[in-house]
Write a protein of this length. Structure first.
Length: 126
């Protein structure tokens, strides 16, 4: 006898074997085919890595890294802190402001000035 046969108050979509139940089971085990499994995101990331690998030149990377270090050295201590928290650690503006004990407007202004300084140092045209 099925487990749900005597339970008339159980919605059909919650009964074992229903489509909603199967979708819940797939997402619970992390099935890649389910919408919540992140399949599309992972496919997009794979394509991005493939494109990056196709254009990878180790010699150019070293030169760019040296240029970036020189450019970062030209930032003020406050700008460097904000850039590290926002870009390298991935904190939001509000989180960066909370970590440094400053207002969100100050973080935004420091980021703007840091980007402009880096743009000039790296000779990038907007």
């Amino acid at each position: 006898m099925p487990l749900h046969s005597g339970c008339r108050n159980v919605p059909r979509t919650c009964r074992p074997g229903s489509s909603r139940s199967r979708a819940a089971e797939r997402s619970a085990v992390g099935d890649d085919a389910s919408p919540s499994g992140g399949w599309r995101r992972r496919q997009s990331e794979r394509r991005s890595w493939d494109r990056l690998a196709a254009t990878h030149d180790p010699g150019r990377d070293v030169d760019q890294l040296i240029d970036l270090r020189v450019a970062l050295a030209s930032l003020s201590p406050r700008q460097l802190e904000v850039v590290q928290l926002y870009y390298f650690l991935g904190l939001a503006v509000a989180e960066t402001a909370g970590q440094l004990g400053i207002s969100e407007g100050t973080v935004k202004k420091a980021l703007s000035r840091a980007r402009e300084t880096l743009r000039r140092a790296l000779e990038i045209t907007p």
